[in-house]
Design a protein around this ligand. Sequence first.
Ligand SMILES: *[C@@H]1O[C@H](CO)[C@@H](O)[C@H](O)[C@H]1NC(C)=O
Ligand SMILES: *[C@@H]1O[C@H](CO)[C@@H](O)[C@H](O)[C@H]1NC(C)=O
Ligand SMILES: *[C@@H]1O[C@H](CO)[C@@H](O)[C@H](O)[C@H]1NC(C)=O
Ligand SMILES: *[C@@H]1O[C@H](CO)[C@@H](O)[C@H](O)[C@H]1NC(C)=O
Ligand SMILES: *[C@@H]1O[C@H](CO)[C@@H](O)[C@H](O)[C@H]1NC(C)=O
Ligand SMILES: *[C@@H]1O[C@H](CO)[C@@H](O)[C@H](O)[C@H]1NC(C)=O
Ligand SMILES: *[C@@H]1O[C@H](CO)[C@@H](O)[C@H](O)[C@H]1NC(C)=O
Ligand SMILES: *[C@@H]1O[C@H](CO)[C@@H](O)[C@H](O)[C@H]1NC(C)=O
Ligand SMILES: *[C@@H]1O[C@H](CO)[C@@H](O)[C@H](O)[C@H]1NC(C)=O
Length: 608
Amino acid sequence: MAIYHSMLFRLTAVLLFVQYCQAKTVHLDFNVTWVNANPDGLHERKVVGINGQWPLPVIEVDKGDRLIVNMYNGLEDKETSIHWHGMFQNGTNNMDGPSMVTQCPVPPGASITYDFTIPQNGTYWYHCHTDSCYPDGYRQALIVHDDQSYFNDMYDHELTVTMSDWYHELIEDIPFIRVENPTGAEPVPDSFLFNDTLNTNIPVEAGKTYLMRLINIGAFVAQYFYIEDHTFRIVEIDGVYVDEQEADTLYIAVAQRYSILVTMKNSTDKNYPIVTVADSNLLDVILPSLQLNQTNWLEYNSNAAHPQAVMKVDASSDLVPYDDMKLVPHDRMPLLPDPDMTIEIDVIMDNLNDGAGYAFFNNISYTRPKVPTLYSVLTSGNYATNAAIYGEFTHPYILEHNAVIEVVLNNLDGGSHPFHLHGHNFQLVSRTPSYGPSFNDYADGDPLPFNATETPSSSFPKYPARRDTFVAPPQGNFVIRFVADNPGVWLFHCHIDWHMSQGLAMSFIEAPKQLQEQMSLTESDINICKAGNLSYKGNAAANTENLLDLTGQNKQLPWLPSGFTARGIVAMVFSCVSAFLGMAFITVYGISGIQPKETAVVTERDDS
Ligand SMILES: *[C@@H]1O[C@H](CO)[C@@H](O)[C@H](O)[C@H]1NC(C)=O
Ligand SMILES: *[C@@H]1O[C@H](CO)[C@@H](O)[C@H](O)[C@H]1NC(C)=O
Ligand SMILES: *[C@@H]1O[C@H](CO)[C@@H](O)[C@H](O)[C@H]1NC(C)=O
Ligand SMILES: *[C@@H]1O[C@H](CO)[C@@H](O)[C@H](O)[C@H]1NC(C)=O
Ligand SMILES: *[C@@H]1O[C@H](CO)[C@@H](O)[C@H](O)[C@H]1NC(C)=O
Ligand SMILES: *[C@@H]1O[C@H](CO)[C@@H](O)[C@H](O)[C@H]1NC(C)=O
Ligand SMILES: *[C@@H]1O[C@H](CO)[C@@H](O)[C@H](O)[C@H]1NC(C)=O
Ligand SMILES: *[C@@H]1O[C@H](CO)[C@@H](O)[C@H](O)[C@H]1NC(C)=O
Ligand SMILES: *[C@@H]1O[C@H](CO)[C@@H](O)[C@H](O)[C@H]1NC(C)=O
């Protein structure tokens, strides 16, 4: 008996070992070059391709795998990097990808190797994180398969579908931050893609259940999603499994992901529109040629008709999406205790003294440092815990290891914003107003800051949903919590790429001492910086002698002279208005402190 038992034990040990060994290494070589593509059939343009291909390769790995991607920058005229959106990079902060945060940008002709293991599950994506390069096509799905998921046996087939906005011009050729656009009106996309194309069919088998992974890989516009005459069950958001919830409509902001189970009908006499509707509330100007709604099809029968979607509401905002706050994480992680640190953030849009529109967290518009912030941590010894060395304009907060962090975000802007935190998912603790008919109630008039008396922690969900990108309502607020258990420099930012370029970002410097113990600068990190003529050590100003001396740091522009309020600036002078933006003209109130080009008297723009 004893022998038998011990053999059984050994056999089990071997089996466990075999299972453990199944984790594999996925090794990819990415040669990044310009290629041509015409995904909407309206305009051919150059896009960022990988190994000569676009759409880019979907990366598929299994939970526990190690991913190694060798990227060569063959773009010739652009720096680049890759962010693995939603990956915690626990212990590998230097693999996160944002330029001047955790690495130097990779200049043309240089290479970088990303190498990390993936102990996560679910639906992610990868995209360029240097300047504004991902809307030029450098973005695609990253799927982590998991045969241990609770819904693994609940479906027959699996599909991945992306959606995105699409511009016909290179992002660098689209004028945006400039005096002619003082309100910061975002360039309006030329079309909306569904899986990098239009009018496509997804062939399905009657009676079968599909796991559909939906990812908004766009740069700006959120989209509503539904399938005519079908409901579905939400099982995952942003890599977090949730208890299945029946729903019929989703609101998918840029960077968000949903996995849904869709059970097909038994009859094959019809095809059904899969409908995506751009959130037109985000758009300042809608040209008649812009197709906001897209019909693609669940194709049960290729010989049957493919009807266009029947729109049942007057405006996209009349659609009522499932409220992600109501989802319950499958692991039942309870509400985190009262925070050790609360970070209050006011979001505003305003003008600096070049007259252009910028975006601010607490009056700071993120401005890239001269040294990647992670490298400042790694080369500053005991000063690493002093926020001052990272410079005021990276907007640094030092988070203590394992502290419970609460972020209270008051959106004082009339637009909604999808906020993303690197290195974590966070608990969705409160949001006012919620998704639904009231979501836009505060878009005009006075903003609604978070009020802890009216929304006490006793009203927070017991098992809050978690995700890595969460939408703040127009002039509303939200509260999120997470544990600072992942040493690293993590950006918190609006995922609308235009707003990112206007400075809507800040740096969380989490457990810097532990981070110094985990990693050090490598020869290859240094070589990438040198290839781009960038500094790799010292404080944000690249000062290595006196780390508290920030002389020479990059700064946001000065504010306009007092008297120029946000509204007053809308009134500022400017001359020609870009026909591309199609913006309305703006009234002249007066000028001081700026150099207007030419004066044009026009009507005031309703900035709602
Ligand atoms: C990348 O692709 C370009 C264009 O095909 C080619 O000229 C170049 O040699 C490739 N570089 C590498 C490192 O593979
Ligand atoms: C991954 O999935 C397992 C169940 O298969 C779950 O227990 C775990 O929390 C998930 N991990 C992450 C990081 O999502
Ligand atoms: C979406 O596009 C990707 C990349 O081209 C492809 O791998 C995937 O199969 C497509 N999804 C569907 C449902 O066709
Ligand atoms: C399809 O047929 C199966 C088996 O007869 C049945 O269980 C299921 O409810 C039907 N599905 C629908 C959507 O009617
Ligand atoms: C698109 O859908 C919206 C919302 O249902 C509707 O207001 C609009 O008229 C539709 N546009 C077109 C061109 O069908
Ligand atoms: C931003 O600046 C304005 C004007 O100086 C000031 O009233 C406000 O309190 C500042 N906000 C924050 C969060 O510091
Ligand atoms: C918060 O709400 C309470 C109760 O409604 C109210 O008395 C208080 O004035 C509010 N606080 C602020 C700062 O608005
Ligand atoms: C990172 O790893 C540490 C140590 O294993 C663990 O305690 C922590 O929960 C992890 N954090 C995240 C965000 O994965
Ligand atoms: C590198 O940077 C230094 C200091 O900013 C500057 O003097 C030099 O011209 C730069 N060299 C190149 C090749 O850009």
